[in-house]
Design a protein around this ligand. Structure first.
Ligand code: URA
Length: 187
């Protein structure tokens, strides 16, 4: 899909490719620097995101924001979006069909931003981008390079809120992202 940001936003707003649009209040396309070097992909909007139309603004979002600050960046430096742009009812995991229906939008976002690094937050984003065989506990923290883009899968911030012991490995992954960004900048 070759498109502009305006076309992409219109496309997301008009989309009824799956049933999620019927059950949500607002679409949550994504936000941040349209030419960011680092892009974060989560699962899908929760209640706060659905109300505000912005990604990662609830409790998990607060933690993600802190982690972005901890690697010396602001939310406005990076681009943040989700595998699905509409809230799944009751925050259930989006189905494979819903994720597939939304994938052209995610692909278009990646094509527009052209990030050097993509951080995959949790198993839904990991599977969406790296394939069904992806397992977050096994595969997190390992760089995957595709067509010159570096992917870092890590735990979803919601998982860190549920299980404190995951914070340390997630922090290692974020530091690896910071170091890779520095390395890529040097050329
Ligand atoms: N969880 C996600 O995966 N995305 C959001 O935007 C918020 C919570």
């Amino acid at each position: 899909m070759t498109t502009s940001w305006a076309e992409l936003t219109r496309g997301i707003e008009a989309c009824h490719a799956c049933a999620l649009r019927e059950g949500c209040q607002r679409v949550v396309p994504g936000e941040g620097n349209p030419t960011a070097e680092i892009m974060f992909i989560g699962e899908g909007p929760g209640a706060d995101e659905d109300r505000l139309g912005r990604p990662f603004v609830g409790r998990a979002g607060e933690l993600l924001t802190k982690m972005i600050h901890a690697i010396g960046m602001e939310r406005t430096d990076v681009y943040i979006c989700n595998a699905v742009k509409c809230r799944p009812p009751g925050n259930r995991t989006p189905t494979a069909e819903e994720i597939a229906a939304c994938r052209p939008f995610l692909r278009a976002q990646v094509a527009l931003v052209r990030p050097k690094i993509i951080v995959l937050l949790g198993s839904t984003a990991g599977r969406d981008v790296l394939g069904d065989q992806f397992r977050v506990t096994r595969d997190r923290g390992k760089w995957v390079e595709r067509k010159g883009v570096w992917f870092m899968p890590t735990y979803h911030p919601s998982a860190l809120l549920r299980d404190e012991s995951l914070k340390r490995p997630a922090w290692e992954d974020f530091k690896a992202v910071r170091d890779k960004a520095r390395e890529l900048k040097k050329g």
